[in-house]
Design a protein around this ligand. Sequence first.
Ligand code: GL4
Length: 821
Amino acid sequence: MQNQMFEKEKFIQEIKDNVKNLYRKTLEEASQQEVYQAVSQAVKEVIIDQWLATQKTMEKEDPKMVYYMSMEFLMGRALGNNLINLTAYKEVKEALEEIGFDLNVIEDEEPDPALGNGGLGRLAACFMESLSTLGYPAYGCGIRYRYGLFRQKIENGFQVEVPDNWLKDGYPFEMRRPEHTFQVKFGGYVRSEGDPSGKTRFIHEGYQTVRAVPYDMPVVGYNNNMVNALIAWDAEPEEYFELDAFDKGDYKKAVEQENLAKNLVEVLYPNDNHIQGKELRLKQQYFFVSASVQRAVARYKKYHTDLHKLPDKVAIQLNDTHPTVAVAELMRILLDEENMEWDEAWTITTRTCAYTNHTIMSEALEKWPIEIFSRLLPRVYQIIEEINRRFILDIEKKFPGDYNKVKKMAIIFDGQVKMAHLAIAAGCSVNGVARLHTEILKNQELHEFYQMFPEKFNNKTNGITQRRFLYHGNPLLAEWVNKYIGNDWVTNLSHLEKLAVYADDEKAQQEFMNIKYQNKLRLAEYIRKHNGIEINPRSIFDVQVKRLHEYKRQLLNILHVMYLYNKIKEHPEMEFYPRTFIFGAKAAAGYRIAKLTIKLINSVADVINNDASIGGKIKVVFIEDYKVSIAEQIFAASDVSEQISTASKEASGTGNMKFMLNGAVTLGTMDGANVEIVEEVGEENAFIFGMSSQEVIDHEQKRDYDPMQIFNNDQDIRQVLMQLINGMYSRNDPELFRPLYNSLLNTQDTQYADTYFILKDFRSYAEVQSRVEKAYRDEKGWAKMAMLNTAHSGKFTSDRTIQQYVDDIWHLDKIKVETPK
Ligand code: GL4
């Protein structure tokens, strides 16, 4: 072992010491969980030295830094990735082997912190990792939810939600930092009075408070000694009955404050692309945003005196509209606590804040009733009113006499506060997350805002970190890549391009496909263990893993499986390449149609997997509790990547990139980042189907789509739909799937039948699926295609995305951290 940080004998001794000190046990007596804790402590010690060194460098160099504000950080497990980024994975694996432990098994002891729902939260995690790896100073700011996203159990085919108590054994990679506690105020009222200078001052009284206490989690850069922090805020009640002077001794209020603190950080709202509009959610937002902005200002003031220069040292990025109240909070601090004039405060705020839009789904647009907002945050609301008043004057100047524009663009309208409008008015930048998505924002969803502020709009196509999704998730492929082109790709993914010359090389092809096969065996073993289903590792692994949402169209996928099954039953002699359809998805707890889709997938799986007459040609697997850790293994084992959202609906997608990196071929619509994936890999190396986004938008505007016509004219589709309601997949309750049938044909539940054009795209989907089968039969052809997907995936690293945020929006200074002694 040459790695100085992990000198083998010393490291083993440290693990023994940790087990002794933490558990009063010897290594032989310790459980795997205890060994995991002991190893993590040892790793944390190394990280802390680098963390200290990073802090020192930051103090010395005083660089500009970004505060990435997000309600969600889907970090995934830390141990393995920390070891990779410390370049000590192999050494530690060997050291553990020497004392009889398997690092993979130890890694499995770590809870998978699920402080996020899906792509938006995982993106935040990839961004943090890239920021550290590129050497940019950054804080992630979020909430330390007691319960992250629920654990999913499948019982009798139905999703059941189980609380995810991820902190129950203690989380070794966090540090409580009580010295950075801030007070956050809710409720009360605002009084104004003139001060001697004649200026009006606003005084907030009668509020409740909670203490925001940060837990820092280290984010380790790859091989560069750099450690940034993810600040996860916990809420604690005031220690004493130290209420606002006005309310001293109010016992009832003290109890309320205790409850407020407890409830605040209890649980992550389990919705993706959908807002529930609950008051507690707004409390969560203001809680972590207020604490984070206070900390940013306090840190700035520690080293600087002139707050007018805050934008030279601080950038605040709003991860969707969820943290948008940050702009009003910064205004409040500058106005009320720093006594600035409105115009000065506004200039600073707009130069500091920037907004990323992650969706155009209308149910995801955040609008808060004035009543809730003004009651909960009376002073912040006043400030937003004033921002709105001035903004409306600007709108009228830009579009004289056009009251419609005011109606459409105002921040406060119709009794609601519109967070996206606030974010656009107050930010210096508005970006979408894939080229197509940004164009739709400019030309459709946010067109008026684009007319008013064309200079603010820009695109930042999403990316993913190859350190987790290739190096850690697919070690066999990572090593193979190293063998051919060296390991520069770890920090410069465009180097993968050098693999392209081997795409026709038969030996390379065989090796590549053999690695895929090994990864399929690994996944098949997982599925055998967890689902009790035997799958054929030689079959095509056709995979759709992502949140369950109607717009993502898992229903299209499973209807097509039902269709294929009908074909095989009718024509047992027909050629058919064995296929395993793999699904993984969580549905929001209250999303009825989504949950029913999960049940349908499981019911179809039951029927098909147990029909001996089709000779195992099709298997259907639903992977329970899809999360980051299993995702890494799934991408590595996939042949076909299903990215089949209704065009225009998926802002970007990031799973699509993880599949591509691992040599799976995209089967998708021209939506989100699929467009750019196809551009990179070439149309001949992807399977594209369905309507274009423009066609979808046109149908939506004209309202001229009638799925009933398709139902009446297409026998195969009609047969499949009838099987939804004839008990074929729900013998005991033939009506079970009626709501799915209705969603496709009737307008009783939704505004339109088949809102997501499933029937409209069905034929084109079936056709491209049969092309996939043909292509797969051509072994060399497929190997080439798969390899080219990996080779051309360089653009989709989050290192590239972050560099673009830095160049165009944040303008950060890179720092270089010396190796700690
Ligand atoms: C999402 C988008 O749905 C997804 O396409 C995108 O990749 C992701 C990150 O930008 O953001 N928006 C919401 S809301 N949830 C997402 O996953």
